[in-house]
Write a protein that binds this ligand. Structure first.
Ligand SMILES: Nc1ncnc2c1ncn2[C@@H]1O[C@H](COP(=O)(O)OP(=O)(O)O)[C@@H](O)[C@H]1O
Ligand SMILES: [Mg+2]
Length: 356
């Protein structure tokens, strides 16, 4: 099936010394005892598509104790053929290969293997500060809008340069960067809005399905929305100069989530936060699917540990409507029997294919 991970090879990543896996393009269940390496296997797939982990920001922790580097390789089907992508990382360096040649950026990996994770920490998307939600928003926008990455990079560069000038109090040179900041920032924001417009319907639908609630998403662009970015930047100049950085702009954007009209972060329980976050992620994958993007991979780590059976059931039936390649982990095979196309048992950090 186009856009699925056909083969995976993992070397010296966490507890996985050498693992080879041939997953189904449909649903894969990985079960095994605690600390058998289930999450590590999902994490390796995530790193292959994102260049970073969902568990840690420290690359060193991903390298198997006693090793100097990890290597993760994946064969991604593309029509009749398949393409190999790979990431090799040591403490200091990381290099990426796609189809036998070095890739320029992590974003190219994402283009080949869009991957999302719903893990026991997923509630942080709702609970924590705006940064995670901005990353979520930008990952979705990147996949929907081909020009997003270039514009985002232009904005980051302009912001960096402008902040450096503010630090040096070189205010006479600001104009040169203000224009670029405003142009790229407005364009970035328009793309984010387009993505959120597409996301709103699926989010509302999934909210009903998973939470029996009305979920709404709102957007704050990162500056006073009554005025343009150009005015906001000009109006803030004195304060920016006093603070030594650019206060307002798309780098301060906020995705606001409301549940039955209450601000979600403040009101909901941990279990609801998890399902809310799951709604956002599934909605995002729905949007990607309707736009003909490469088929996504969804990693569902230990749903049974966090959610009661009824909620796991609701989550799985919502997933059934989505065309994704799914990897689910569980302590026990019995937990999720009916959904798997291929079942692997993790035995001391080695997944073994089970005959069903
Ligand atoms: N860098 C590393 N090198 C070797 N082992 C590691 C490393 N990081 C984590 N581990 C170990 O990997 C084991 C498996 O962890 P994990 O994948 O979380 O298992 P599971 O999800 O099955 O409970 C744990 O015992 C952990 O201590
Ligand atoms: Mg685990």
């Amino acid at each position: 099936m186009p856009g699925s991970l056909e083969k995976l090879q993992v070397n010296n990543f966490r507890c996985l010394e050498h693992v080879e896996l041939e997953p189904s393009p449909g649903t894969n269940l990985i079960f095994g005892e605690n600390a058998s390496g289930k999450t590590s296997l999902l994490e390796a797939i995530f790193v292959l598509g994102r260049g970073r982990s969902f568990r840690t920001a420290h690359r060193q922790r991903l390298i198997r104790d006693g090793s100097t580097e990890y290597v993760i390789l994946g064969d991604i089907s593309a029509g009749a053929t398949s393409r190999r992508i790979g990431i090799r990382a040591s403490r200091k360096e990381q290099d990426i290969h796609i189809g036998g040649r070095p890739a320029a950026s992590i974003a190219e990996l994402g283009d080949c293997l869009p991957v999302e994770a719903i893990d026991p920490e997923v509630h942080k998307l709702v609970e924590e500060g705006p940064e995670r939600r901005r990353r979520f928003l930008d990952w979705g926008t990147f996949h929907v809008d081909q020009s997003f990455l270039t514009v985002w990079q232009r904005y980051r560069k302009a912001l960096r340069q402008r902040n450096a000038l503010l630090q040096q109090q070189a205010l006479s040179q600001l104009n040169a960067w203000d224009e670029e900041l405003v142009l790229s920032g407005e364009s970035l924001t328009a793309m984010r809005r387009r993505f959120l417009d597409a996301l709103a319907g699926p989010v509302a639908e999934l909210g009903m399905q998973l939470l029996d609630s009305e979920i709404k998403i709102g957007f704050r662009p990162g500056w006073n929305r009554e005025i343009g970015l150009s005015e906001a930047i000009a109006g803030n100049r004195e304060r920016d100069s006093a603070m030594g950085r650019t206060l307002a702009g798309p780098h301060r954007a906020e995705l606001v989530i409301e549940l039955d009209s209450a601000r979600a972060r403040a009101r909901v329980s941990r279990g609801q936060q998890k399902l809310l976050a799951a709604c956002l992620i599934l909605a995002q994958l729905k949007v990607l699917a309707t736009l003909g993007r490469p088929r996504a991979v969804l990693l569902l780590d230990d749903p049974g540990a966090e959610l009661d059976d009824r909620r796991v059931g609701a989550l799985l039936s919502a997933l059934a409507d989505l065309d994704v390649q799914l990897f689910v982990t569980a302590l026990d095979r019995k937990n999720l029997p009916e959904i798997a196309d291929r079942v692997f048992h993790m035995e001391q950090s080695v997944p073994r294919l089970m005959l069903q």
